[in-house]
Design a protein around this ligand. Structure first.
Ligand SMILES: [Zn+2]
Length: 250
């Protein structure tokens, strides 16, 4: 049997043993860090939720892990696209009410082999003391998105930090146990996605993201049209679940 499939099946078995039922999450005022492998993941994965946190008075900061140099059309200059994507991220942050952006500048597509980024993230986490950290869930099929989980684990390995992890979905669905209704902030999310014309020229991310958000609203029944989904767990529990996935023993 395919090794990845075997791991996924084992993970589903583990999650169904321990997982709480899917619940509605109400974004609250809190110190929040969003980990985004690339400029636009923060908007596609949790843009509506970020705007709701901000409306509740939260302090939201985003850490971009890579420089995004691969998000370009053939023939485009890598250095130029990095500058463009960072400027787009600044504009999207203003739309959503994000307080601060950090750019850690690992090489796009090679986050898993970057040895310095975890240390830089650790410094940020120690200083900012987040209560919630959003990151791409580790079942994401993009290698940088999966690697974001390794970076977070490395960054917290020798610390006593405690926060809730919320794994969001961009390229693959998460094991959802927390749904956030985003009807009230959908227009802000649309505007924030529109701040990324360099990426929209490659793929209609708005169409795909809103399609996923529409499907996720099914968990609410009547009255909610769009929702974002997360796997929410305290850091230690999230680490245990990830260990089930990464364990190579069959
Ligand atoms: Zn990405």
């Amino acid at each position: 049997m395919n090794g990845l499939l075997r791991k996924a099946l084992r993970l589903f078995r583990s999650a169904s043993n321990t997982e709480q039922p899917v619940r509605r999450c109400e974004p609250q005022k809190a110190r929040i860090i969003v980990l985004a492998p690339h400029m636009d993941d923060e908007v596609l994965g949790c843009g509506g939720t970020i705007a709701r946190h901000v409306a509740a008075g939260a302090d939201v900061k985003v850490v971009f892990l890579t420089d995004g140099r691969l998000g370009r059309a053939a023939g485009e200059d890598p250095a130029q696209i990095v500058t463009i994507r960072k400027a787009e991220a600044e504009r999207a942050a203003r739309v959503l009410g994000i307080n601060q952006l950090f750019f850690l500048d690992a090489a796009d597509g090679r986050l898993g082999s970057d040895t310095g980024v975890a240390g830089r993230l650790s410094e940020i986490l120690e200083r900012e003391r987040p209560e919630i950290v959003y990151l791409p869930f580790f079942l994401e099929r993009h290698p940088d998105h999966r690697a974001a989980n390794d970076v977070l684990l490395s960054a917290t390995r020798h610390s006593h930090m405690q926060f809730e992890c919320r794994g969001y979905e961009v390229w693959s669905t998460t094991l959802a146990n927390c749904l956030v209704a985003i009807d009230a902030t959908l227009e802000l999310k649309r505007q924030a996605v529109a701040c990324y014309p360099s990426q929209l020229a490659l793929t209609d991310y708005l169409h795909s993201s809103f399609g996923l958000n529409a499907w996720r609203a099914m968990g609410f029944g009547q009255g909610v049209r769009f929702a974002e989904a997360f796997h929410a767990a305290p850091l230690e529990e999230y680490k245990q679940l990830y260990a089930v996935f990464t364990d190579n023993k069959n």
